[in-house]
Design a protein around this ligand. Structure first.
Ligand SMILES: *[C@@H]1O[C@H](CO)[C@@H](O)[C@H](O)[C@H]1NC(C)=O
Ligand SMILES: *[C@@H]1O[C@H](CO)[C@@H](O)[C@H](O)[C@H]1NC(C)=O
Ligand SMILES: *[C@@H]1O[C@H](CO)[C@@H](O)[C@H](O)[C@H]1NC(C)=O
Ligand SMILES: *[C@@H]1O[C@H](CO)[C@@H](O)[C@H](O)[C@H]1NC(C)=O
Ligand SMILES: *[C@@H]1O[C@H](CO)[C@@H](O)[C@H](O)[C@H]1NC(C)=O
Ligand SMILES: *[C@@H]1O[C@H](CO)[C@@H](O)[C@H](O)[C@H]1NC(C)=O
Ligand SMILES: *[C@@H]1O[C@H](CO)[C@@H](O)[C@H](O)[C@H]1NC(C)=O
Ligand SMILES: *[C@@H]1O[C@H](CO)[C@@H](O)[C@H](O)[C@H]1NC(C)=O
Ligand SMILES: *[C@@H]1O[C@H](CO)[C@@H](O)[C@H](O)[C@H]1NC(C)=O
Ligand SMILES: *[C@@H]1O[C@H](CO)[C@@H](O)[C@H](O)[C@H]1NC(C)=O
Ligand SMILES: *[C@@H]1O[C@H](CO)[C@@H](O)[C@H](O)[C@H]1NC(C)=O
Length: 826
């Protein structure tokens, strides 16, 4: 009997620990599959193993002590004790209180080696570790809960949680740093890091390899960080920056505790604010910096090049291939690329057959880092200077002279037109470039000549056969007449797009290519990624989209559904998307009249989607990239209906969305149902950009570094709308229209959905049939605590000429019934 009695307390202890424990004490270590859960069941701590990458061999048996969200099906860690020292078998490891009072991770299989320790010196040896509902594991005194010695939240890994400090202890010089995982399957520290400037300024820096700073928040100006003006608009967050003699740190909290939000530095070197959206069971990206992926320094490694128009962003340059393919598969490009064929100068072959190295021209690239100047009077001399030294890999010759690169080429970017761009001449072995094979002997020449003659005859025959074939196959593409959609064959689309060679653009949905039908109609072919719908459902959805036709909506001409391939064929829009015209058009700025027509046309297109279709279609992704312009700048809303087509995948699309937050309505992250008013919010944000000609979050030091909509709302109240106008227009705008547009934009971005106008009302206001009251500054944009007062956003001109003041009543849902009275001008 005695042994049984002896065992009983032990067993009970185990059961208690597994069932309800949030605590580790000296007699209840954590081992194997055991877990502790915070009191409110928000967070769980235990041994964690990352989701396997495509190559499982590298990662098997790597276990880490980690904290993750208890109630999110997608296991998401927020902290890790031993990211660089995993244990192979959790049953032989234990997280426990050591004899010195520290929380330690021991590996029994290695002589109880201490893998990790909280490493503090405490007088007390009766300590316990408690997992809190805020996601922190606290080491504190066993009897006195206010004596906390160590908090995991102050030692973040890749995640900064609400309530955690991100800053610098000025006494010790120790700072909190966020460091991403090496790749998606390996939590060991990667090359990037975010921290408060260790030199003592009040700006946050993101660095590469602790040496190169590629992003800065700008200094704190007692209100915001100067280069992150959009931060004032924290719809759901409260921020605080503390800076005094002993410490400086940044801290944030959620206004609504039921919202699960986290701030991370991702493997791709960007910092991101993500929010869990229960409705879609996924993390939605709300904000990220640096704005574009290619601003991350050396993201693609040596001889890799970043391209914003490609997915993935990284690719090896001509003549090079991935050094470690398995790393690339896990989104870790840092290993870069290796030369496929060694240079002639490296192979020592001095025989006459070997051809000297050649240069491949890479136009419009961001030139690599670490250029060296060379003395050369011409591009030709510059080339010779490079050829003369075997360690020279590339050169450029521009108005500042000759520059050569020895060693690895890093930080390249394709399709680049900004600062530090130019044409790079890349040194490659001659065999890597076309047209390099010189015949060695006359015999070979003769043979080649003979073969060529035969080939010429053959190709003439082939040409005629092909023409015949072409005539036949073109007949199979029906004319694009009437309202019916054409079901294209994939091979036909391949043909009309010249095998998808001319890429017009792309986003998270997939890429768009230009094509030309046999009757010379230009088309845009969208190759959809990630549509996993069955053929039948896809066809049903597509035919619904096909029936939606309006002068301000891009028309769907046809589709293709073959095997797993899903493509949509649209009419081609010669002037491209609005963002190109608005943000990149350097010389010819869109005139005010054109902008106003674009605003109005876009509102009409959206209004058609919202109110005139059989089923209301919420666009969900209104932004300048999705407004296309035809030959005469008539706007056409693109990509509508895709939210439904992609279904659940749409949230994935939002998650992978590039760039800064700005167009997403706050209700996207609060988890309430999305209505057409979410499109109205995005429309309002876009309208501000039409007015100012710049991205809302991209005004830098202008306007006192405030988020543009905030600035606009206050200027509107001061009656000074001219300052909001795009400087490129030199003040050339209709004052009445400008005021209207500003007011509408401000009404559209109200936090409260019901305070935003409908698209129908927007159309009427812009047309001048409805007058609009002064909007309040949206609550979340308010910097100073003004009181919310106005809710009424318009007044019917015919019935109430005088209600344009701020203090009108709340009957804003009055419907705008049509009537001749609306046709009066104000
Ligand atoms: C440790 O915790 C267990 C269960 O919570 C408890 O029964 C035990 O008394 C504790 N031991 C110490 C030393 O505090
Ligand atoms: C996984 O990677 C290792 C080396 O990193 C390689 O030897 C092995 O073949 C890879 N396995 C698979 C399935 O790709
Ligand atoms: C704590 O320290 C006291 C004396 O310093 C020692 O007797 C006791 O065993 C220690 N307790 C633990 C749990 O290590
Ligand atoms: C523990 O802290 C001491 C100083 O307090 C430091 O010298 C030592 O390197 C630290 N050890 C670890 C493993 O962090
Ligand atoms: C707990 O610790 C705090 C801070 O050290 C101290 O002020 C308080 O008196 C202690 N309470 C008890 C019951 O020991
Ligand atoms: C800074 O670190 C020291 C040593 O860990 C600690 O005693 C002090 O309280 C810290 N200062 C602040 C402001 O947290
Ligand atoms: C990072 O910097 C260290 C020296 O500070 C250097 O040895 C290492 O090669 C660098 N890493 C890369 C990927 O360049
Ligand atoms: C610095 O700020 C922290 C947090 O507000 C406060 O606890 C601390 O006392 C301050 N130190 C000084 C020297 O003002
Ligand atoms: C080139 O020649 C040098 C010395 O003659 C030799 O050390 C080197 O290994 C040779 N390299 C190759 C690739 O043959
Ligand atoms: C080639 O260039 C490197 C780097 O500038 C230099 O160190 C080396 O001496 C040069 N070699 C020759 C043969 O000029
Ligand atoms: C020429 O290229 C070098 C090397 O990248 C660069 O530093 C310099 O700014 C360029 N000059 C001009 C005028 O573009």
């Amino acid at each position: 009997m005695a042994p049984v009695f002896f065992l009983l307390p032990l067993l009970l202890g185990q059961i208690l620990l597994c069932a309800a424990g949030d605590t580790i004490n000296s007699s209840t270590p954590l081992s194997g599959a055991q877990k502790i859960v915070s009191k409110g069941n928000k967070f769980t701590l235990g041994f964690y193993t990352p989701p396997q990458g495509t190559n499982t061999s590298s990662n098997q048996g790597n276990y880490y002590i980690a904290i993750w969200y208890s109630n999110i099906p997608l296991q998401t860690t927020v902290w890790m004790a031993n990211p660089d020292l995993p244990v192979a078998d959790p049953t032989t490891a234990a997280l426990t209180i050591g004899s010195d009072g520290n929380l330690v991770l021991l590996d029994q299989s290695k002589n109880r080696q201490v893998l990790w320790s909280t490493n503090i010196s405490t007088s007390s040896n009766s300590t316990i570790a408690v997992l809190q509902d805020g996601g922190s594991l606290d080491l504190r005194d066993a009897t006195n809960s206010s004596m906390v010695y160590w908090r995991s939240i102050d030692h973040p890994t890749n995640t900064w949680l609400p309530g955690g400090k991100l800053g610098l202890n000025k006494t010790t010089g120790v700072s909190q740093r966020l460091v991403p995982w090496t790749n998606t399957a390996n939590p060991s520290p990667g090359l990037f890091s975010l921290e408060l400037d260790p030199r003592g300024t009040t700006q946050y820096l993101i660095q590469w390899n602790d040496s190169i700073t590629y992003w800065s928040s700008g200094p704190w100006n007692n209100n915001i960080f100067s280069l992150v003006p959009e931060m004032t608009s924290g719809y759901n967050y409260d921020f605080q920056f503390i800076n005094n003699a002993t410490e400086s740190y940044f801290i944030y909290s959620m206004k609504d505790n039921s919202i699960i939000s986290r701030f991370i530095i991702d493997v791709d070197g960007q910092i991101k604010q993500l929010t869990w959206v229960p409705a879609s069971q996924s993390w939605i990206l709300f904000w990220s910096q640096p704005r574009t992926q290619c601003e991350v320094y050396a993201l693609c490694g040596a001889y890799g090049s970043c391209n914003l128009n490609a997915l993935p962003f990284c690719n090896c340059i001509r003549g090079f291939s991935q050094k470690v393919q398995s790393d690339w598969d896990l989104q870790d490009y840092s290993s870069g690329c290796k030369r496929r064929v060694p240079l002639q100068c490296q192979t020592n072959s001095s025989s006459s057959q070997a051809q000297p190295d050649k240069f491949y021209t890479m136009a419009n690239v961001r030139l690599p880092d670490n250029a060296q100047t060379a003395v050369a009077a011409s591009s030709q001399d510059c080339q010779v200077a490079c050829l003369n030294n075997c360690s020279c890999n590339a050169y450029t010759y521009n108005s500042s002279g000759c520059f050569v690169w020895h060693g690895d080429l890093i930080n390249l970017q394709d399709q680049y037109s900004g600062n530090g761009g130019g044409t790079l001449f890349l040194r490659l072995a001659a065999s890597e470039l076309p047209g390099s094979k010189r015949s060695k002997a006359v015999i070979i020449g003769a043979v080649v000549g003979g073969v060529a003659a035969v080939l010429i005859v053959l190709s003439i025959v082939a040409y005629f056969l092909f023409q015949k074939y072409r005539r036949e196959r073109t007949l199979r593409i029906p004319k694009t007449a009437g309202g019916t959609l054409i079901a294209f064959r994939y091979s036909d689309l391949q043909h009309v797009t010249n095998n998808f060679s001319e890429r017009l653009g792309g986003g998270a949905f997939g890429s768009v290519f230009k094509g030309k039908l046999p009757d010379s109609t230009a088309i845009a072919v969208k190759r959809l990624d990630g549509v996993h719908q069955g053929e039948k459902q896809f066809r049903a959805e597509v035919s619904t989209i096909g029936t939606v036709q309006h002068v301000n909506l891009v028309r769907l001409l046809g589709f293709c559904s073959e095997g797993s391939r899903r493509l949509l064929v649209y009419e081609f829009m010669p002037k491209g998307s609005l963002d190109l015209q608005l943000f990149l058009g350097e010389t010819t700025a869109l005139s005010w009249a054109t902008r106003y027509q674009i605003a109005l046309g876009t509102a009409r297109g959206l209004n058609y989607l919202h109110e005139k279709c059989r089923d209301c279609i919420i666009h969900c992704d209104v932004k300048p990239e999705n407004i296309l312009l035809d030959e005469s700048f008539v706007p056409k809303v693109a990509d509508f209906g895709l939210a439904k087509l992609l279904g659940r995948d749409f949230s994935r699309v939002l998650t992978t969305m590039r760039g800064t937050r700005g167009y997403l309505a706050p209700e996207w992250i609060s988890g309430v149902a999305i209505t057409a008013k979410a499109d109205v919010f995005s429309y309002g944000m876009m309208l501000f950009e039409l007015i100012s000609g710049r991205r809302n979050s991209d005004h830098g030091e202008q306007h006192g570094s405030t988020f543009f909509p905030t600035f606009a709302a206050s200027k509107l109240h001061e009656g000074d709308v001219r300052t909001l106008l795009d400087p490129k227009l030199n003040g050339d705008a209709n004052a009445d229209e400008l005021t209207r547009a500003c007011k509408v934009a401000c009404w559209c971005i109200q936090d409260d959905e019901s305070a935003r106008p409908t698209t129908g009302q927007i159309v009427q206001i812009l047309e001048g049939f409805l007058d609009v009251n002064m909007p309040p500054v949206p609550r979340s944009l308010r910097v100073l605590g003004e009181s919310p007062d106005v809710i009424n956003f318009f007044s019917d001109i015919s019935s109430n000429q005088t209600s344009q003041t701020q203090n009108s009543t709340t009957s804003q849902t009055r419907s705008t019934t049509s009537g001749s009275s609306h046709l009066q001008s104000p």
